[in-house]
Design a binder for this molecule. Structure first.
Ligand SMILES: CC(C)(COP(=O)(O)OP(=O)(O)OC[C@H]1O[C@@H](n2cnc3c(N)ncnc32)[C@H](O)[C@@H]1OP(=O)(O)O)[C@@H](O)C(=O)NCCC(=O)NCCS
Length: 152
């Protein structure tokens, strides 16, 4: 399929979107956020975004802003849309929003086993700045987190 063009749009994610988001989350992550996790992050006022293609939701993201820093907490693209630029487009949009909000540094954490996500982040200028040992639950025990940062 073609890579994304200008047919995408973005909107805030709200409580009414959680049936769709939670259903996607369960298929996209080995250790998915629960509905309660999303409810908590919405109530906490974090930035939540949906990305649409031709009016159909295909990606979502959650970002925590702290003064002049942004922390990407969740970036997910529906499986049927993988590999054609949607994740990159969503992240570019988030970074542009962050810039307009006077964010200076963007941080994220990623599993070392998530090579697709790491490649995407490197492609958009994120570089590893450290590791959090045994940060994530894993099928067998725990997995480290790679901490990545991009200055804006
Ligand atoms: C990771 C994820 C967001 C990538 O979304 P995507 O829309 O498939 O990514 P894109 O098509 O925008 O890819 C952009 C770049 O990322 C990298 N990339 C994406 N998928 C890749 C793969 N399977 N293998 C290697 N690199 C990959 C490439 O650099 C790619 O550029 P290219 O296509 O020119 O080579 C998506 O696979 C996903 O939602 N996975 C499940 C949830 C998840 O792991 N989220 C990240 C948690 S930290």
């Amino acid at each position: 399929m073609d890579r994304v063009t200008d047919s995408h749009s973005f909107a805030p994610m709200g409580f009414d979107d959680l049936d769709w988001v939670v259903a996607q989350e369960a298929t996209l992550h080995a250790f998915p956020w629960t509905r309660g996790n999303f409810v908590d992050s919405l109530n906490a006022g974090y930035l939540h975004r949906l990305m649409f293609e031709a009016g159909v939701p295909i990606a979502y993201a959650v970002v925590l802003g702290v003064i002049d820093e942004a922390h990407l907490l969740n970036l997910s693209v529906v499986r049927s849309a993988w590999g054609r630029g949607c994740g990159q487009r969503m992240l570019e949009h988030l970074i542009e929003e962050a810039r307009q909000g006077a964010i200076r540094q963007y941080f994220l954490e990623v599993r070392p086993s998530n090579t697709a996500a790491i490649a995407l982040y490197q492609r958009l200028g994120f570089a590893e700045i450290g590791r959090r040992k045994r940060y994530y639950p894993a099928p067998e025990g725990r997995e480290d987190a790679i901490v990545m940062r991009r200055e804006l």
